[in-house]
Design a protein around this ligand. Structure first.
Ligand code: AMP
Length: 446
């Protein structure tokens, strides 16, 4: 191995990739649980695909001239000579799995959802990481716009259930293989006359992927974009009707949406509907969710045309939004009972008693590594326990245990064999959530 210079600091996680520490896990759990509830209600089944896929799956599916494939994919060659990529998004892998497992032969529509890590070699900044997490919902085998509306509704519901407010749903239609080529020509001829006024990136995009010029944030490009022909005025009859129906369904669902004629999304596979969900707060707020219809992707990656529609949400961005709303939102539910012990004999009895509580599904906190009663009572107080059970040498010999009310300090002694039953009874009287007052960022509870 090459001699490496001595590192000044210890090891750190790779740039743009983060550990998910215990306080953050609560958010992941909450989001996962919310997705699972919604998925069950709308009849979606969970799918997990490998983190690595053949690189060609993405270059073919997402498109060679997209930012993701061109610049952001982690691609490497295996010892066996295969080109693999860390998955940058979830739709192409789910389509691959759908086709590989012959799900087109199942009763349609097939509804799948996923949750996991994704990787893009991007410039790390707020809300943009190199390893991030998404959940996604995809429906296969249904061309009606009702599904497009339901997909938007699903993501909207999840964000609402996570208590995010002031959400904006932006929608557009980017046509299909019938009308988009004509529109592209129109757009290119409009942009070609204004090439000198475009940034260098957009000059290239005019050649390779003209719709992407709409994504440019440079002011001079924005000015040009504002006068550009809009695809919505050039949809073929089928796409026009599909979009109209989609909007009618959104109206029916009372979903607040706004038409963004410049929303094109960065991936080649979209057809007809595209949408994003953002929080109110101007253009600086990045999208939380993005998605749309991808009627051609099954054909591109397989043989058959299977209409499909779906979307993906960025979990880190959602957590950021949840934290910004309410710093105290997610508290750890902590046990209301603390088990303290004094002396070796009591410690031995306590670890057994602790198991009895577990078998009876009664959460109990402990600090078996500590010997001093004072320290144990301080811990019990810190976690907000309502009751501390104290087991000392004398109690073990007598077959009893002390129940201490942490609020009043009053103590009583009962038979050890009755304590589980007694705690079950008392827990029913304690209001839920009374001791979840610990700051969720305090990982060092014990
Ligand atoms: P996309 O696959 O680009 O449509 O992204 C869907 C959602 O994933 C976005 O709306 C973001 O919330 C999230 N997302 C995309 N890229 C990143 C990233 N690099 N870091 C964090 N979240 C991301």
């Amino acid at each position: 191995m090459d001699p490496k210079p001595k590192r000044k600091k210890g090891y750190q996680s790779p740039t743009g990739m983060h550990d998910i520490l215990p306080p953050e896990q609560r958010y992941f759990q909450k989001i996962y649980g919310t997705c699972e509830n919604i998925a069950n209600f709308y009849g979606f089944q969970k799918i997990e695909t490998p983190i690595l896929e053949e690189a060609e799956l993405f270059s073919k599916g997402i498109g060679l001239s997209t930012d993701i494939v061109e610049k952001q994919m982690y691609v490497f060659r295996t010892k066996g000579g295969d080109w693999l990529a860390l998955r940058p998004e979830g739709t192409a892998p789910v389509v691959r799995a759908f086709l590989e497992h012959g799900m087109q032969n199942l009763p349609q529509p097939v509804k799948l959802w996923y949750f996991g890590p994704f990787f893009r070699y991007e410039h790390p900044q707020a809300g943009r990481f190199r390893q991030f997490h998404q959940f996604g919902f995809e429906v296969f085998g249904e061309q009606s716009a009702v599904i497009d509306a339901q997909i938007v509704q699903i993501f909207y519901n999840i964000l609402k259930d996570l208590r995010l407010k002031k959400l904006i749903v932006e929608v557009n239609s980017i046509g299909d293989s019938q009308c988009r080529p004509y529109y592209k020509k129109l757009l290119v001829s409009y942009l070609k006359y204004r090439l000198d006024s475009l940034c260098s990136n957009c000059k290239r995009r005019v050649r390779e992927n003209p719709l992407r010029t709409f994504d440019c944030k440079e002011e001079k490009c924005q000015r040009i974009k504002a006068q550009a022909p809009q695809i919505i005025d050039h949809l073929c009859e089928e796409c026009h009707n599909h979009f109209r129906e989609f909007l009618e369904f959104l109206d029916e669902l009372d979903l607040p949406y706004s038409l963004n004629p410049y929303l094109v999304r960065g991936l080649d596979y979209y057809t007809k509907t595209v949408f994003e969900i953002l929080e109110e707060g101007g253009p600086s707020k990045p999208a939380l969710v993005g998605g749309g219809r991808f009627d051609n992707l099954c054909k591109v990656l397989g043989r058959e045309v299977i209409p499909a529609c779906g979307g993906a949400a960025g979990i880190e961005r959602i957590i950021e939004a949840m934290r910004a709303k309410d710093k105290k939102y997610l508290k750890y539910p902590l046990p209301k009972i603390f088990l303290a012990q004094l002396g070796n004999l009591a410690k031995r009895k306590s670890i057994k008693l602790f198991e009895d509580f577990r078998q009876n599904k009664i959460p109990v906190a402990e600090s078996f590594g500590r010997d001093s009663l004072k320290t144990q009572l301080t811990t019990a107080d810190r976690i907000g326990a309502q009751i501390t059970l104290i087991l000392g040498q004398k109690e073990v010999l007598e077959g009893t245990i002390i129940i201490r009310d942490m609020k009043t300090g009053r103590q009583e002694t009962i038979k050890l064999e009755k304590v589980v039953k007694e705690m079950k009874k008392r827990l029913k009287k304690i209001k839920p959530g009374t001791n979840s007052r610990i700051n969720p960022n305090d990982t060092n509870i014990y």
